[in-house]
Every structure is written in structure tokens, then in C-alpha cells.
Design a protein around this ligand. Sequence first.
Ligand code: AMP
Length: 192
Amino acid sequence: MIIVLFGPPGAGKGTQAEFLVKKYGIVQLSTGDMLRKAVSEGTELGKKAKAIMDAGQLVDDTTILGVIGERIKAPDCANGFILDGFPRTIPQAEGLDKLLQSANNNIHSVIELRVPDSLLIERIVKRANDAVKNGQAVRADDNAETMQKRLKIYHEQTAPVLPYYEKTGVLRVLDGTDSIDNISGQIAKILA
Ligand code: AMP
């Protein structure tokens, strides 16, 4: 089963991905996590991505499609996977379709977690403050100023992907301001 968790930064995609990993035993593929790992390991990909990520911009489509194309070939993806933070542009959505078609596979559901911008900024600032409190590293892009840029890019480049999935009938929209458990329950119903 291939599931796309869709929504702006701070919508709760990572939290719901954790729930799905436990419930269905399939892997979570977060392009943000993959890129942060590449940055921390100092790989070529990491060197290319760091400044772009810190500025809240998007890494180019060819690079991201290359990363995902390689990752989904791994044996742990054979039973399906949860995409978190990908696709983020129409070319990425088209590229994903091509990758899946060549493997005779398709997307089960695209689940959009909808949250107003004002609440997202609050959540991201809280995520940064909590990281400080817990002695964890704070993401360079988790601050109110960069968040404004990330939201602008979300509305300009990522939200236009939604009609693409609406057309194919796989899109489900959930209220991302609801409680974590309620949202998980609704996702479970969609996938049942
Ligand atoms: P995230 O953890 O999903 O919020 O991603 C953090 C940052 O990684 C984003 O702001 C982008 O700079 C980069 N990134 C993650 N996923 C993608 C993607 N699918 N396309 C382009 N850039 C991405």
C-alpha cells in the first residue's frame, strides 16, 4: 500500500506517519529526513541541499526524484510505503507516477492534513522550543521567519499538486487541527 501524507510543514505528517508505520508495518519515507541525514553525513547530496534547506526553499525535482527512485527499490519498500514531504511539486508528482507505473504500482490514497497558516507558525516555533528544552538539535529552518518562506513555497508550488490527485480520485482531506488520535482514526478508516 502506497500512501502519500500531504500538507504544509507542521501539519502533523510525521506524527501520523509514525502511527501508520506501527499499524501497517510499512516504512516511512521522509525526503526531509533523508536530506537532513545527507547533510549530517556531509555527502555530495547533503552539501548541495544544505543552503537550500536552511533558506526554506525546495531542492530541485531531478535530485529529489533520484533520491526517491533509488529508495523505493529497496526490499523494505516491497509491501508499500508512506511518503511524507514528497511529492512537493507537479513535476515530482508526475515523476512519481512514472516510477510507480514502471513497477506496476499505484497510489492508494493521498491524505491531506489541512491546517491554517497561523497555527502552523505557532506549531513550528513550539517544535523549536521543545527541541531546546529536550537538549535536541534545533532545525535551522524551524523558526518563524523561515517558516513564512516555507509556507509561501507550499502555497505556490506544493498546494497546486492537490488538484492533480483530486482528478484521479485518490485525494482525502482531513482537518489537521483535530486531535492526533482523531486524525489517526480517520486515516485508519480511509485505509480500511
Ligand atoms: P521537511 O522536513 O519535509 O519539512 O523538509 C525540510 C526541507 O527539505 C524542505 O524545506 C526542503 O528544503 C527540503 N525538502 C524535503 N522534501 C523535499 C521535496 N520533496 N522537494 C524539494 N525539497 C524538499
